[in-house]
Design a protein around this ligand. Structure first.
Ligand code: S3P
Length: 188
């Protein structure tokens, strides 16, 4: 390993030791919360959990099925309870679904118990990334770019309340993960 890589690792380890609360990633669908989150957890030597996966496991249904069978309010209710439980159980990295931080109770809980990180991203990248899967109920009825633009306009004021904001560029996830660690370090 080069001297540069060693000092990078030591620097990350130093910053990681100061982070004691769970890190909760928020932001729109396609921002990279899950992929960056996994990478971030590995860099910090912590657990990673995807809140949508945990909700699906608890409900024994997919997010799409929950929206279809019981409606969005039912999903949001489960989402709030599952995220509260995950923050209690886990001091690692938690990726949340794009609407979680918009819910006032979930947002208050995250702001109180965790370090909230908004992964911000331009609309065209969100459209491109979300087009790779068709599992998102909110993008099924209409033009994805128009829907994502509206969600961006409606939700930015909530995401902006996160403790830290990081821009997700098109480059490697490791760069965004490192930018998150540095931004948290500055914030603390
Ligand atoms: C949603 C985002 C999705 C999922 C659900 C609703 C939203 O998660 O929770 O489809 O309201 O933005 P991702 O942000 O992980 O795609």
């Amino acid at each position: 390993m080069t001297e540069q890589a060693l000092s990078n690792d030591a620097e990350i380890a130093r910053m990681a030791r100061r982070i004691t609360r769970p890190i909760v990633l928020v932001g729109l669908m396609g921002a990279g919360k899950s992929t960056v989150g996994r990478r971030l957890a590995t860099m910090l030597g912590r657990d990673f959990i995807d809140a949508d996966d945990a909700i699906e496991e608890a409900a024994q249904r997919s997010v799409g099925e929950m929206f279809e069978e019981f409606g969005e309010a039912y999903f949001r209710d489960g989402e709030r309870r599952v995220i509260a439980r995950l923050m209690e159980e886990n001091s690692g990295v938690i990726a949340t679904g794009g609407g979680a931080f918009v819910d006032p109770e979930t947002r208050a809980l995250i702001l109180e118990q965790a370090i909230a990180v908004w992964i911000d991203c331009d609309i065209d990248t969100l459209v491109e990334r979300t087009s790779r899967r068709d599992t998102r109920p909110l993008l099924k009825n209409g033009d994805p770019k128009a829907i994502l633009t509206k969600l961006f306009n409606d939700r930015s004021e909530y995401y902006a309340q996160a403790h830290v904001r990081v821009l997700s560029e098109d480059g490697p996830h490791a760069d965004t993960a490192r930018a998150i660690i540095e931004a948290i370090d500055r914030w603390m």
